[in-house]
Write a protein that binds this ligand. Structure first.
Ligand code: NDP
Length: 239
């Protein structure tokens, strides 16, 4: 049974990815930061339907805490599927953006990617099979007013995806980014009303977390072995 780690598994998109990877037969580490109860509830739901999962928690910006949590998990077998999904946004027009808004958003996405991915790499490389899927955003491709920090963070993740994919391609490891548009989760609740969504999205609706999870599950599968270094959009036709 392959082991999969989904950071931000306590959130809307992360939870859907956890459920789907568990249904596909993985042992899933459902990661949370503050939402440990939500992660534990999800684990119980997965187990109730015959899946295999356990909850873990750490702040992805705290490299010592990340290593302390992850190293025991890979003592016996590597984590071969990693979904870097934890992310935050903290929007402000640029002239009014505070330094802490800039630094925190980048810290979670970019330093979080490094802190979680780096300790898992050597065991994954030795196993000659791996899948790394970074959850990016349309904002990292097209930009978005009020999201200069978030766009910079997700754009950096897209670029890191491409470089790392080239380093590990010969070891059977693929590295891709998934760039959602507007997906129905707590993150977008209250940000977009139905009228705005109809205007912005050619398909006239927000995406569902399960639709993102289906794409991630495909990229995590054996079938997607020849797809690497890509940033794949899932946005109802917005670009
Ligand atoms: P949620 O706010 O529902 O979930 C965010 C997740 O990130 C939570 O599980 C949260 O953990 C975790 N997280 C936040 N900060 C940290 C941290 N410092 N350390 C560890 N974990 C942390 O968001 P979504 O499910 O909507 O978003 C998931 C991903 O998808 C994000 O990367 C987001 O940028 C991206 N995305 C979302 C879109 C949308 O429309 N919803 C569109 C495009 C991209 P906890 O709650 O346990 O603290």
């Amino acid at each position: 049974m392959k082991k999969a780690l989904v950071t931000g598994g306590s959130g809307g998109i992360g939870a859907a990815i956890c459920r789907r990877l568990a249904a596909d037969g993985c042992h899933v580490y459902v990661h949370a930061n503050r939402g440990v109860d939500a992660a534990q509830e999800l684990v119980e739901g997965i187990r109730a339907t015959g899946g295999s999962a356990e909850a873990i928690s750490f702040d992805v910006t705290d490299s010592a805490a990340v290593s302390a949590a992850l190293l025991p998990l890979i003592e016996d077998a590597p984590i071969q599927i990693l979904v870097n999904n934890a992310g935050i946004h903290d929007d402000a027009v640029f002239p009014g953006m505070r330094p802490d808004q800039w630094h925190r958003v980048i810290d979670v996405s970019v330093n979080g990617f490094f802190n979680v991915t780096q300790p898992l790499m050597m065991p994954m490389i030795r196993s000659r099979w791996g899948r790394i899927i970074n959850i990016s955003s349309i904002s990292g491709i097209a930009g978005n007013r009020g999201q200069t920090n978030y766009s910079a963070a997700k754009g950096a993740l897209n670029a890191a995806t491409k470089s790392l994919s080239q380093e590990v391609a010969s070891r059977g490891i693929t590295v891709n980014a998934v760039a959602p548009g507007i997906i129905e989760t707590a993150m977008t609740e209250g940000t977009f009303d139905p009228g705005m969504i109809k205007q912005m999205v050619p398909m006239k609706r927000a995406g569902k977390p399960g639709e993102v999870a289906s794409l991630v599950a495909y990229l995590a599968s054996d079938e997607a072995a020849y797809i690497s270094g890509q940033v794949i959009s899932i946005n109802g036709g917005m670009l």
